[in-house]
Ligand binder design. Structure first.
Ligand code: ATP
Ligand code: MG
Length: 612
């Protein structure tokens, strides 16, 4: 390809809204161009890398994951979303429209429903399972705050695979094939991936794994165990840590008390710091009680304190409480993790209650909420009670009356949990529950996700097959997604310098560029000859035949990030300059050897990225 025939459209400056390297460079290099908020067009240069990336995913999913490509529509009937129950629960992320016949339509934000509906038709027997299909296709999510260019766009491309399996064993197999394919894909892209399991192998099976890339602009916080043998890494929204003992200000473990709990007047004591001063004790001796408003909990809390006051809505996908309340008890030096709490309560969201609500459900204001006087169910963190054993003794807590606390509180004796669960936020310095090493944290960006869905969709959408025993059976499902654009942006984010992109060979838009200082006379002859030799050898070459100053051509080729540059200048002939984009200096090589050397360089770079 010659630049005169290609669409090179570089910018000296990135628009001011671009703040991260990949976003700036994608716009400056002419890879993408913005058409609207969260809407990016891939220009021809970008398309070349994008398709290479898609093909790597294709090869690994066809091969390693043993999947078959299909092509569902992007616009799907709203009816299938109503069947699964997500028409309501997906929220404003989902772009809905009506067609001329007033039928509800959805622009696919993901495709579990479409896959389930498609495979449901014609599924009879266990002999047809597993079904393992994927697509690489456009998705749309009406993200509140699209940002960082294609990292979080509204329209984006997802590679999404789905399996329908006869049983858990078969699902395990499919899951493992995809897991292996993911490692190979990211290896071929030169990306260092942190696999993050929802639950580590040591603590039980893994039903979900996120593939993260470390990034200072990452949306996720990862809790990582430094012990490579252990390998525990988890999203902070799920991370567990080892229990650490509750100790008093002298570092001693408090003894169980026989004294009954007792009210203490505590004027002007509102915060944990105030309590530390007033009681002259460590916060590890205090039980913090917080009232949470719980949205859309699908737990059945019949009989729980206060539950008779909540409205319960019946729904085909399972009954739920649109609004309920919970009183969370946790050791006062720790923080409640709202994602873990929401998961415990099977809720879509939990929010700290407002003053009025705290009064209603605790009988007292913030700071005086008491374990013994709560009017809603107690969710007790493992730092207070675990495995039916009190982890704190002789503790101090709120009393349920403004201006008073209680001392000599004994968990289990004075209150019992409605649910006892791990809801604390694990943080840097906490110990790994598997091996005891000290955690560190990193910011991460999720590039892909594999997930065992189980019967969620096959149940709500009524899918059955005749099992080996001749009985109708509900299949189980897995889903596997990779954000294609986000992965492309992450490759740029981790492979760039102040001059531009440094593409890994596997996804470079062109593998080699040839820059004649002047495209005429001997320089043209030499450049054309190298170009022909490389093209014949199947190398993707861009020859910069523009009538531009050499400085402009160099700057463009560096910005675009082509991995190898061959410069043909009359001063150096019969030698030419050979410069890998990642090298500081150019090397002079005889023009007649340049093509061969370039072929070897391209092969060697590709070999480094091989997954074999
Ligand atoms: P996030 O937490 O980043 O919103 P998600 O959990 O909603 O991601 P999934 O539903 O698991 O994402 O989608 C699979 C993949 O699609 C993600 O791992 C991510 O790489 C990509 N993805 C999701 N939303 C976007 C988006 N708005 N723009 C670009 N890629 C996205
Ligand atoms: Mg999302």
């Amino acid at each position: 390809m010659k630049t005169s025939k290609f669409y090179i459209s570089t910018l000296r400056e990135a628009p001011s809204e671009a703040v991260i390297a990949s976003h700036k460079l994608m716009l400056r290099a002419g890879i993408t161009r913005k058409l609207g908020n969260g809407l990016y067009t891939y220009l021809p240069l970008g398309v070349r890398s994008l398709y290479k990336l898609e093909n790597i995913i294709r090869e690994e999913w066809n091969g390693t994951a043993e999947a078959l490509e299909f092509k569902p529509t992007v616009i799907v009937p709203g009816d299938i979303w109503k069947e699964s129950g997500r028409w309501e629960t997906m929220g404003p992320q989902m772009l809905k429209a009506k067609n001329r016949g007033e039928q509800d339509m959805v622009v696919s934000p993901t495709a579990e429903e479409a896959f389930t509906a498609i495979v449901r038709d014609g599924l009879d027997s266990y002999k047809q399972l597993p079904v393992n299909l994927y697509q690489i296709n456009t998705k749309y999510r009406d993200e509140i705050r699209p940002r960082y260019g294609v990292m979080r766009g509204r329209e984006f491309i997802m590679a999404d695979g789905y399996t329908m399996n006869a049983d858990d064993e078969s699902l395990d197999e499919s899951y493992k094939l995809y897991e292996k394919a993911y490692f190979r894909i990211f290896k071929r892209l030169g990306l260092k991936i942190i696999p993050v399991r929802a639950d580590s192998g040591a603590m039980g099976g893994s039903g979900s794994e996120e593939f993260m890339v470390e990034s200072p602009i990452g949306d996720d916080t990862l809790i990582i165990c430094p012990n490579e043998k252990c390998g525990y890494a988890a999203n902070v929204e799920k991370a567990e840590c080892a229990a650490d003992e509750s100790v008093n200000k002298n570092g001693e473990k408090p003894a169980k008390t026989d004294l009954a709990y007792e009210m203490v007047e505590t004027p002007n004591v509102f915060s944990i710091e105030d309590m530390e001063k007033f009681f002259d004790e460590s916060p590890k001796m205090f039980i913090k009680a917080l009232i949470y408003r719980v949205i859309n909990s699908s737990l059945d809390m019949t009989g729980a304190t206060g539950a008779d006051k909540w409205k319960r809505v019946s729904d085909p996908a399972g009954d739920y409480y649109p609004v309920s309340y919970a009183c969370v008890l946790i050791r006062a030096d720790l923080d409640v993790n709202e994602a873990k709490l929401a998961a415990t309560l099977k809720a879509s969201e939990v929010v700290l209650a407002e003053d009025e609500e705290v009064k209603e459900w605790a009988g007292a204001g913030h700071g005086f909420v008491g374990p013994m006087t709560s009017k809603c169910p107690l969710i007790v963190d493992w730092s207070v009670i675990k495995n039916n054993e009190a982890q704190m003794h002789d503790a101090i807590a709120g009393s349920g009356k403004d201006g008073y606390h209680v001392k000599h509180v004994e968990p289990l004796r004075d209150f019992v949990p409605y649910i006892n669960a791990d809801v604390r936020t694990a943080k840097e310095g906490d110990k790994c529950a598997c091996c005891g090493s000290t955690f560190y944290t990193r910011k991460g960006n999720e590039l892909g996700h594999i997930f065992k869905l189980g019967h969620k969709y096959t149940k709500s959408m009524h899918v059955t097959f005749l099992g080996q025993n001749g009985k109708p059976t509900e299949p189980t499902m897995g889903c596997y997604g990779i954000g294609v654009d986000r992965t492309l942006a992450s490759i740029i984010e981790t492979n760039c310098d102040d001059k531009g992109i440094i593409w890994p060979m596997s996804v470079a838009p062109f593998q080699v560029c040839i820059v004649p200082i002047n495209y005429k006379g001997t320089m043209k002859e030499v450049a054309d000859k190298i170009y022909d030799e490389l093209t014949k050898a199947g190398i993707e070459v861009l020859l910069d035949d523009r009538n531009e100053r050499p400085g402009v051509k160099f700057a463009d080729m560096e910005l675009i990030g082509i991995p190898l540059r061959i410069t043909v200048g009359d001063k150096n002939l019969p030698n030419v300059e050979f410069k890998p984009r990642s090298a500081a200096e150019a090397e002079l090589v005889p023009a007649e050897n340049a093509a061969q050397k370039a072929i070897e360089y391209v092969k060697a770079e590709l070999a480094k990225l091989s997954a074999e």
